[in-house]
Write a protein that binds this ligand. Structure first.
Ligand code: NAD
Length: 256
């Protein structure tokens, strides 16, 4: 059980981050939720999780595109036994048409934020004598697709960062790994289905199987609960010697 551990999950007011936060809370960890928004709903969500799982849950606003915010998130939390770098955005365009500000934002939020949070969290983990860092990469951290240059560069980058952090902490009771999800059914992905149905003139099942899950041999989405469960596993004693590697949760994508 993770009782007594404090987990910080970046970008966790929706989707995969929220799924991870819920599974960590279910496993007994106190949780810090984060996003850049700071709405009443964000604080209400923290209260709901706290009540549901009987653990301490706080919401701390911080913009993961800003290095000082990333470090302040960790400092403000006051403890960080488990750090999950999950915040991420996407933009799809050919390189020569790729907006420079989108490139910069994707590299900042999907990659550089993890450098800052890790730098701030490691001293706390060393002091506590235990730590787990889980970076949410992607099947696109191991393979590529056209028109996603910034995302794929950032996701390959975070796989490399995970390996480096693992080596710098190898002789300590701290591990660092990356989870590489294939397509996960988050609200963001769900919202694309009606547009894809129209664009391809297909029904929901056909568009999901033949367009969205074209590269996912299982022909099923991964779920946020499965990504959360994989995160909890990486925090378990069974995973003590798992460090500096990737775990794919992609229905066979990277086997193709
Ligand atoms: P999502 O849009 O539902 O969630 C993204 C989260 O990041 C939200 O909580 C949002 O508030 C937060 N966020 C965005 N910009 C931020 C910023 N500047 N500062 C702080 N928080 C910010 O998306 P998701 O599908 O849940 O994706 C979460 C992570 O999983 C991302 O890193 C994404 O690349 C990765 N991923 C998703 C899939 C998928 O199919 N959904 C597949 C592989 C990897």
């Amino acid at each position: 059980s993770l009782t007594g551990k404090t987990a910080i999950v970046t970008g966790s007011n929706s989707g995969i981050g929220l799924g991870i936060a819920r599974e960590l809370a279910r496993a007994g960890a106190d949780v810090v939720l984060n996003s850049f928004t700071d709405r009443d709903e964000d604080h209400a969500l923290a209260a709901e999780l706290s009540q549901e799982f009987g653990v301490n849950v706080r919401y701390i606003q911080a913009d993961m595109s800003r290095g000082d915010d990333c470090r302040a998130l960790i400092e403000q939390a006051g403890a960080c036994d488990i750090l999950v770098n999950n915040a991420g955005i996407q933009h799809v365009a050919a390189i020569e048409a790729f907006p420079v500000e989108k490139w910069d934002a994707i590299i900042a939020i999907n990659l550089t934020s993890a450098f800052h949070t890790t730098a701030a969290a490691l001293p706390m983990m060393r002091k506590a004598g235990w730590g787990r860092i889980v970076n949410i990469a992607s099947a696109h951290g191991l393979t590529a697709s056209p028109y996603k240059s910034a995302y794929i560069a950032a996701k390959h980058g975070i796989v490399g960062l995970s390996k480096t952090v693992a080596l710098e902490t190898a002789e300590e009771p701290i591990t660092c790994n990356a989870i590489c999800p294939g397509y996960v059914l988050t609200p963001l992905v769900e919202a694309q289905i009606p547009d894809q149905m129209k664009a391809h003139d297909m029904d929901r099942d056909t568009v999901v199987r033949e367009v969205m899950l074209a590269r996912q041999p299982s022909k099923e989405f991964a779920t946020v609960e499965q990504i959360g469960g994989t995160t909890v596993f990486l925090c378990s004693d069974a995973a003590t010697q798992i460090t500096g590697t990737t775990i794919s949760v992609d229905g066979g994508w990277t086997a193709l």
